[in-house]
Ligand binder design. Structure first.
Ligand code: ADP
Ligand code: MG
Length: 270
């Protein structure tokens, strides 16, 4: 999809099932299975949209793709290697995460400059001068004026905070970004701006995205492929336009019916 896609990485789940905890270890009731036989590929430079209602297992898939959880059955791979075999540092260089609530995910006692410098410092990248230059460039790339560097998260709007969270995710130049409901806490007009920013950054950097949302209209806007999750199972998947405009599964039709049409969003992002 982009000119950079050949240098990117892909992340994939293969016939993966998952349950929290171990069945019957502390209780007689087996732990319920959360995910069933999931196959999911996020190709380099592409966006896969993952939709489903609350509790369907979307965030659990995000954690498996970050290597924060290990599959109960099946495999989670980054370019063919088991994610859990990579160190946390190695994973962080290649896959990053953007969360729904940019306020709770940003340390309130750190300035924007400190928040964006931290990943470089932790990973021993550059000296003070090159780190400062990287932070300035990244703030510009996400549309934050230089004066924000000395501000604290509480001094920023929701949309500006989400720009900081996106900038932080990109400081280590990852190839893949998992966005878990990144616009769900924002006003509709701001949602469109953040979606456009994510798409622009993808074009410039050849990023692959797993874009998670309960809102099919939002996902349709950004995704190449859409995967629909119901109760931990994939019930439908296909090219974004097909799934959105010609849904086959009753659950997908129901999700679309529950989503208000978002003409404002479409206009703003056009
Ligand atoms: N740490 C946990 N321990 C046990 N069950 C969990 C844990 N986290 C999530 N769950 C359960 O897993 C299911 C899927 O949750 P989640 O992946 O967060 O769904 P979604 O992101 O789609 O709302 C839910 O039933 C939830 O209660
Ligand atoms: Mg979730």
């Amino acid at each position: 999809m982009t000119s950079h896609s050949s240098r990117g990485a892909s992340v994939s789940l293969h016939d993966l099932s998952f349950q929290y905890g171990r069945a019957g270890l502390f209780s007689r009731r087996p732990a319920p299975r959360i995910l069933h036989d999931i196959d999911l590929l996020v190709p380099a430079g592409q966006t896969v949209g993952l939709v489903g209602e609350s509790g369907s297992g979307k965030s659990t898939i995000a954690k498996l793709m970050l290597g924060l959880l290990a599959p109960t059955q099946g495999r989670a791979l980054l370019d063919g290697q088991p994610l859990t075999a990579l160190s946390a540092r190695a994973r962080a260089r290649r896959i990053q995460m953007v969360f729904q609530d940019p306020y709770s995910s940003l340390n309130p006692r750190r300035t924007i400059n400190e928040i964006l410098t931290a990943p470089l410092r932790v990973h021993g990248i550059g000296d003070a001068a090159t780190r400062a230059a990287s932070v300035r460039r990244m703030m510009d790339a996400v549309g934050l004026v230089p004066a924000f560097a000395s501000r604290y998260p509480r001094e920023l709007s929701g949309g500006q905070r989400q720009r900081v969270a996106i900038a932080r995710a990109l400081m280590l130049e990852p190839q893949l970004v998992i966005c878990d409901e990144p616009t769900s806490a924002l006003d509709v007009s701001v949602q469109a701006q953040i979606l456009n920013l994510l798409m622009e950054l993808q074009r410039e950097r050849g990023l692959g995205y797993l874009f998670i949302s309960h809102n099919l209209a939002v996902v349709q806007h950004i995704a190449d492929e859409i995967v629909v999750l119901q109760g931990g199972r994939v019930v439908e998947r296909g090219p974004a336009e097909q799934v959105y405009f010609d849904p086959r599964h009753p659950y997908t039709q129901q999700l679309i019916g529950a989503t208000l049409a978002v003409p404002e969003l479409q206009e703003m992002a056009a």
